[in-house]
Design a protein around this ligand. Structure first.
Ligand SMILES: Cc1cc2nc3c(=O)[nH]c(=O)nc-3n(C[C@H](O)[C@H](O)[C@H](O)COP(=O)(O)OP(=O)(O)OC[C@H]3O[C@@H](n4cnc5c(N)ncnc54)[C@H](O)[C@@H]3O)c2cc1C
Length: 542
């Protein structure tokens, strides 16, 4: 470890002469899945001189558990990521197997449907549908779903502009007009992308070749939490007690000063030697020629961290073009199961599309133990509705969700406990996960992940949102950590290949600016965007 009060940095005005600076080859900002993966991948390349800085007192980031309390025992639930998506082809499944993570496959076809009376019910109650009635309102959307990838690819091949999912559904003659159709569409679109069909890009939601292919989704039901597998991986690097000096928990980054590695006007430059980027935190100053931000797009958008100099326009355009969506999973604990055995209970609200629409039975077969006094329902709120919920108290949310349950079921007891996650108002996350909105181009996405710098010093951008194939997913985060480590390893080895920044994203002719650098391998953000289907395609019951 090099620890000096460094005169060189002081002379540049980056730190005061009396400040103690912890130097390293690499600084990783954020101890989520990307940061852990990056640490492991660096160490695997024998690059050990790095420091991981995390604001919270624990690793895992958006892999995070909460506990529902009852007098008969606690139940651990996932406040953040919950599913291993598309198992079969991806590293997360391997890790889950390695650490014996308990999961259960989700069966989206195992659902019942309730046609509700909504907010204005005034004591009236709706009813559960029979299977024929369900099949009837689902068929139009299922046709859309079947043909959407082909249509999306056809549009791309014709060089047609991207359209919203809503425009596409309309062109393909799916125009939902009743609450059941709204709910079915909500389940397929908003429940996956956490944004509406009006907001989401059609090309990226439904492209045929890209993204995670969801043959199956596995729901994590392990009391140690989804994060367990990542923390275990981190223990292999930072020691069983996570007490390695290179891991700095409870350390919040305030300012990232990269003025030593760019020209005065902020443009990239090649420089002799390896000038350092200086990271100011609430627990001291750190400096390295390679700094990797794994901060979420939401955090970048809120400017919770200050950049010196300001980020270049092309980077800001990318950050603010992409979306950070809200996906809120509310868990409610009851001492008896008053609902049936289906995995999903769908509530079609006539007043507001998607209002407490998707209920998941966490005591369905294969989930938590049945016939106990700990019974859990999970209801999901997304987009504006989820964001609005974050400003309500737990008591207000409880009242609302109980209203829906009491319309659907008789003899609903008072809940024993409730967990209401608030990711979007949390300054360390500012949302749940990224989504590709209408209007974002491939070049924007490429720019999101492109580093800034020159020569032997680079400011890197990583994290789930920078993954071309799996943005918004655990898998994307893990893979981006590995790609960032590859880039840094190549750089430190003196063989940084060229990467491309689109300084101007234009409508017709694309202007590419190739930064010649002996440094960073791009390896990211160059393909077309992924098609992250968070959940497997629904099937009708017919
Ligand atoms: C509700 C929800 C449901 C989801 N469901 C799924 C799912 O089922 N399947 C799936 O594959 N994915 C899911 N995801 C997405 C998945 O969780 C993320 O893609 C992944 O965890 C992102 O990891 P990351 O390391 O890129 O980012 P993060 O986890 O955000 O890590 C960044 C870290 O930076 C830290 N940080 C922020 N600011 C500072 C600062 N100033 N100083 C120091 N540290 C800072 C944060 O504390 C955080 O730990 C879900 C996410 C949420 C929130």
């Amino acid at each position: 470890m090099r620890r000096t009060s460094i005169l060189a940095l002081a002379a540049l005005g980056l730190v005061s002469a009396s400040e103690d600076v912890r130097h390293a080859q690499v600084l990783i900002i954020g101890g989520g899945i990307t940061g852990i993966s990056l640490s492991r991948a660096l160490q695997a390349q024998n690059i050990t001189d790095f420091v991981l800085i995390e604001a919270r007192d624990q690793l895992g980031g958006r892999a995070y558990t909460e506990t529902l309390h009852s007098s008969t025992g606690d139940v651990v639930v996932e406040k953040g990521c919950n599913w291993i998506q598309g198992p079969g082809k991806e590293p997360i499944l391997e890790m889950a197997n390695k650490w014996g993570l308990k999961t259960t496959p989700t069966n989206y076809s195992d659902s019942v449907w309730f046609e509700g009376m909504g907010i204005e019910a005034d004591g009236q109650r709706g009813r559960f549908l029979n299977e024929d009635e369900e099949a009837e309102f689902m068929s139009g959307y299922d046709n859309f779903l079947e043909n959407a990838p082909g249509y999306s690819d056809w549009r791309t091949n014709q060089s047609l502009v991207d359209i919203s999912v809503r425009v596409a559904t309309s062109i393909m003659d799916w125009i939902p007009v009743n609450p059941l159709q709204w709910a079915y569409e909500y389940w397929n679109i908003d429940f996956t992308f956490a944004q509406t069909p009006e907001e989401s890009s059609f090309a990226n939601a439904f492209s045929q070749e890209a993204g995670i292919e969801n043959e199956r989704d596995d729901f994590v039901i392990d009391p140690r939490g989804y994060k367990y597998i990542f923390v275990q991986e981190a223990r292999e690097i930072f020691g069983q007690d996570l007490d390695d000096e290179r891991l700095r928990l409870e350390t919040t980054v305030r300012t990232i000063d990269y003025s030593a590695i760019v020209n005065r006007d902020g443009s990239n430059t090649k420089r002799e030697g390896a000038p350092e980027i200086v990271v100011h935190t609430d627990k001291g100053v750190f400096a390295a020629p390679h700094v990797v931000s794994t901060l979420s797009v939401g955090v970048l958008q809120h400017q919770d961290v200050q950049w010196v100099p300001r980020l270049p326009d092309w980077k800001k355009e990318a950050i603010f073009t992409f979306a950070m969506a809200t996906y809120q999973k509310i868990f409610i604990l009851f001492d008896k199961q008053f609902w049936g055995d289906s995995e999903f209970i769908m509530y079609a609200d006539p007043d507001k599309r998607g209002r407490y629409a998707v209920w998941q039975n966490i005591n369905a077969a294969g989930y938590l133990p049945q016939n106990t006094t700990n019974n859990v329902l999970m209801v999901t709120a997304t987009g504006d509705f989820g964001r609005r919920n974050e400003y309500l108290s737990d008591a207000e949310i409880t009242e609302e969700v109980m209203g829906v349950l009491r319309e659907m079921y008789d003899d609903v007891p008072e809940p024993k406990d409730i967990v209401v996650p608030r990711w979007t108002i949390d300054p360390l996350f500012r949302g749940s996960y990224s989504n590709w909105p209408l209007g974002a181009l491939d070049q924007h996405h490429a720019n999101l992940g492109q580093p800034i710098g020159g020569g032997h010093s680079w400011l890197h951008f990583s994290g789930e949102a920078t993954s071309a194939e799996a943005f918004g997913y655990v898998q994307g985060a893990w893979e981006q950590g590995i790609l960032s480590a590859e880039a840094i390893t190549a750089c430190l080895g003196g063989t940084c290949p060229d990467a491309t920044v689109y300084e101007a994203v234009t409508t017709c002719e694309q202007t590419e600016t190739t930064i010649k650098r002996r440094g960073v391998k791009s390896g990211r953000g160059r393909g077309r965007g992924g098609s992250p289907r968070r959940h497997a395609v629904m099937q009708t019951k017919s």
